[in-house]
Design a protein around this ligand. Structure first.
Ligand code: NAP
Length: 276
């Protein structure tokens, strides 16, 4: 069975739209982009569309590729102090001359709608309510909306990035799953993936996970997105795997839309945190 991220995203956006409709002052998202990365342009357009649909205000700062870090920091500090701005998102990747970690951590944690500051990641580790990283948060929400309980399950995550794999592991741990994290130095990967009740793959290698690597009736969450000649492609060889598993997310239409939906949720949460 397909876990339909697009359908769930639409449900979530409608719920948010209803709530925002009752607010006199609308929450505002600011997206900062440095350079003109093509994929970033697409992602920012999706975020803009999401904001328009829900009724959030949206502003996009597009800075030159050669912008220096001080200019970027100055803009972030200004937005941190601007009460009309509830969410600040720096579109990644940044050009190589800019230290992404320094930039992300310059964002006020209560406006960090991407949930990537050390503060928000730390809060997640300590199981405190915070702004959560949108992609793993989207995976949790998708499973929840399909009534899939992760407690006591063997969850195997392939990929250990700060953006996906690490926060994903914490969210699963916080929900009482038994978590294994694999990465490029893992020996005998299949030994681990075959034990997964829930397999989450976030490595960026098209069709890497094949049917022989998966247990029958597993739940497979494909976070990967690669642009290939045949279009967008996930990390899981969907066609060969789909009949063996209990649930699977498609690419596109699985985790991607959920990421946008959770950004929508985080913007309203940030607004509430700032207007307690
Ligand atoms: P990343 O920072 O490049 O991390 C990739 C991870 O995969 C690393 O931990 C790496 O291990 C591991 N890896 C690479 N090759 C491997 C292999 N052969 N076996 C096992 N592990 C391997 O990537 P990311 O930002 O997490 O993104 C991963 C994918 O998800 C990309 O396709 C990205 O486009 C997609 N993504 C999608 C969404 C969405 O909304 N759907 C959001 C974010 C990312 P090491 O740590 O050992 O190098």
């Amino acid at each position: 069975m397909i876990l339909d991220g697009k359908k769930i995203k639409n449900q979530i956006l409608d719920e948010l739209k209803d709530e925002v409709n009752n607010l006199t002052i609308k929450p505002k998202l600011v997206v900062i982009q440095v350079g003109n990365n093509e994929a970033s342009n697409v992602y920012i357009k999706q975020k803009n569309n999401m904001c328009n649909y829900i009724g959030y205000n949206f502003e996009h700062f597009k800075l030159d590729e050669d912008t220096n870090i001080d200019n970027l920091l100055e803009l972030i500090y200004k937005l941190n102090n601007d009460d009309s701005v509830n969410g600040i998102l720096v579109q990644l990747p940044l050009p190589k001359h800019i230290d992404s970690n320094k930039i992300i951590n310059a964002i006020s944690p209560v406006k960090d709608v991407d949930g990537l500051t050390d503060t928000n990641i730390g809060m997640l580790c300590h199981k405190k309510d915070s702004l959560y990283s949108c992609t793993p948060y989207g995976v949790m929400e998708l499973l929840d909306r399909y009534d899939i309980d992760v407690s006591e399950k063997n969850v195997v995550i392939v990929g250990r990035s700060d953006l996906v794999g690490k926060p994903m592991s914490m969210m699963m741990l916080n929900k009482d799953a038994t978590v294994t994290i694999c990465h490029s130095k893992t020996n005998n990967l299949t030994e681990f993936t075959k034990k997964a009740d829930i397999l989450i793959v976030a490595i960026g290698k098209p069709n890497f996970i094949t049917t022989d690597m998966i247990r029958e009736d597993a739940i497979v969450i494909d976070v990967g997105i690669s642009r290939t000649e045949l279009g967008l492609c996930g990390d899981v060889d969907f066609d060969s795997v789909k009949d063996k598993v209990k649930y699977i997310t498609p690419v596109p239409g699985g985790v991607g839309p959920m990421t946008v939906a959770m950004l929508g949720k985080n913007i309203l949460k940030a607004y509430k945190l700032q207007n307690k």
